[in-house]
Design a protein around this ligand. Structure first.
Ligand code: 0RQ
Length: 499
């Protein structure tokens, strides 16, 4: 393991995770590597949580990351009561509870804004960055593991850096990253990437070696999560999206190579991609943020040629296959900093096809991706908005019902808005597809009701919309204000949206 520290001077900085954790003091801002839980530090965060609990120490930290982190950080720190503030994304059950009961302040941000806010000086600087690495180069630069995330910005901003050298992450990951940083924000020059496979940076994160205050060794794996088996509903959504894309090809608006694909995370997103394996599309490329199982499988079956992302986050089964075939994947995957993988400039320039999942959608095409019944956060907007607003095609999918049919995922008015009707283009449920492009609000509503609403809620929705049109005859976007959120209120009161 010592050979992974290629700078002799830095070998003097080797210490135990517990010693390294002492660099972290109450009130600090901590920035970590990691993205959807992959490539995040583990042994130092766990040592800190253990120390705080053991010594009953006062410790309240602000934690920045790329996206969600594993239980060794978000879970352990929430459990130890260490977190005062968290940004820009999380998926941890304990942390979610703490956020929703007001114990932890949470900033749910467009991921591409997170490093930008730091670089613009809007967010406080990072005191200590903790970064998982494959190795440190002769010059003290850092070779990231399975996620680049926001590490380059945190390393640049931090006063001190703790490096966790991982023995579990394969050395073959070296060379997969392409680190290109934006210069002189907020004035920008264009990002010189023309196709998703282009490499324009360095295979390491530039780091001032004098800031490296500790180097620790870690033998802990990423806590990757299982994907649920693909359900019939997921399969139907996937089929609807693929049929829609095939129609676009037949209309001459897309070719069989489509355009660079972006896909959100989760079961539905994975199922949608999995469906592409049997499609007629070929020579596909991805410009996305997370590489899940289906994307790896599509590379193996020859459908996808190249994928640009900022992290690889497969299931345990997918991870095994990735590790066994890492030489095959090496020249097909490019891992970039978050501000490049999620750059609005890139999504617009490449003409990305953005496919993300909604919690609920309203009849006018507004999408809620983050909040249950308008007030409880689920995960966060993540990168969905970075792509949705700027893509060539913006697709949102959801099952038409939730909670065993008690909830309609298509509602008169969303209880929280993440993506507005101006950003969304295609709404897909297992019932069908609504192509909202070129339609007025009333036209959109009729199409969403007829094509996407579950049969159990269709009459109720038609009734709402027809009455809204009557009450509000000259309105552009008809609503009955006192009723628009009554489906949610009804669910909260009675346990069902059915009237
Ligand atoms: O609740 O966990 O209590 O069972 O929401 O729903 O159907 O399992 O779907 O795992 O694909 O997640 C939008 C949350 C979907 C995710 C969301 C309840 C449902 C269940 C989860 P339970 P499913 P998925 C790339 C892009 C935002 C970020 C994003 C997400 C739970 O995709 O976080 O897109 N997206 N980032 O029962 C009440 C409804 C509901 C509902 C579902 N209408 N009302 N509850 N649920 N619909 C990634 C990154 O940026 C990092």
């Amino acid at each position: 393991m010592q050979s992974r520290i290629r700078n002799e001077q830095l070998k003097e900085k080797i210490m135990s995770p517990m010693e390294a954790s002492k660099l972290i003091k109450d009130g600090m801002v901590i920035g970590t590597s990691g993205f959807t839980p992959s490539g995040y530090p583990k042994v130092v965060p766990l040592a800190l949580a253990e120390r705080v609990k053991r010594d009953n120490e006062k410790m309240k930290l602000t934690l920045y990351s790329g996206a969600s982190l594993g239980p060794e950080v978000d879970g352990a720190w929430a459990e130890a009561g260490i977190l005062a503030k968290r940004l820009p994304y999380q998926t941890n059950k304990q942390l979610r509870q703490d956020i929703n009961c007001g114990k932890v302040e949470y900033l749910d941000m467009h991921l591409s804004h997170s490093s930008q806010y730091l670089n613009y000086g809007i967010l406080p600087r990072v005191d200590v960055a903790i970064v998982e690495a494959i190795a440190i180069t002769e010059d003290g630069n850092i070779i990231p593991t399975s996620a680049v995330g926001n590490s380059p910005s945190f390393i640049k901003s931090a006063d001190k850096i703790i490096v966790e050298i991982s023995s579990k992450q394969p050395v073959e990951l070296e060379g997969m990253s392409d680190i290109y940083m934006l210069e002189n924000p907020p004035m920008r020059t264009h990002i010189p990437i023309k196709t998703p496979g282009d490499r324009v940076g360095t295979p390491f994160i530039v780091c001032d070696k004098d800031k490296i205050a500790a180097v620790v060794f870690s033998d802990m794996e990423d806590h990757v999560r299982d994907l649920a088996p693909i359900s019939d509903v997921d399969r139907a959504i996937s089929k609807n999206i693929i049929n829609f894309l095939e129609k676009e090809v037949s209309l001459g608006r897309l070719t069989k190579n489509l355009l660079p694909l972006q896909s959100g995370v989760g079961n539905v997103a994975n199922a949608v991609l999995a469906g592409l394996c049997d499609s007629t599309f070929e020579n596909l490329v991805c410009y996305t943020e997370v590489i899940q199982d289906a994307m790896l499988e599509l590379m193996q079956c020859g459908k996808i040629k190249k994928a640009s992302a900022c992290s690889i986050s497969p299931s345990p089964r997918g991870l095994k296959s990735f590790r066994e075939n890492i030489d095959f994947f090496k020249d097909k995957i490019i891992l970039r900093p978050l501000e490049i993988s999620n750059s609005p400039e890139m999504a617009r320039k490449l003409g990305v096809i953005a496919m993300n999942t909604a919690i609920e959608v309203d009849i006018y095409g507004n999408v809620n991706s983050t909040h249950i019944m308008g007030s409880k956060i689920m995960n966060g907007i993540g990168g969905s908005g970075d792509f949705a607003r700027n893509a060539y095609l913006t697709i949102f999918s959801t099952s038409s019902i939730a909670k065993g049919g008690k909830i309609s995922s298509i509602v008169p008015m969303v209880s929280h808005v993440d993506h507005t009707e101006h950003d969304t283009m295609i709404i897909v449920t297992e019932q069908g597809v609504a192509d909202l492009r070129g339609l007025s609000p009333k036209e959109k509503a009729r199409l969403i009701i007829e094509n996407c609403v579950h049969p159990d809620f269709k009459e109720q929705m038609r009734d709402y919309f027809n009455r809204a049109c009557e009450v509000c005859q000259s309105c552009h976007t008809p609503h009955i204000l006192e009723e628009a959120l009554s489906w949610h209120a009804n669910f909260v009161e009675t346990g069902t949206m059915k009237k």
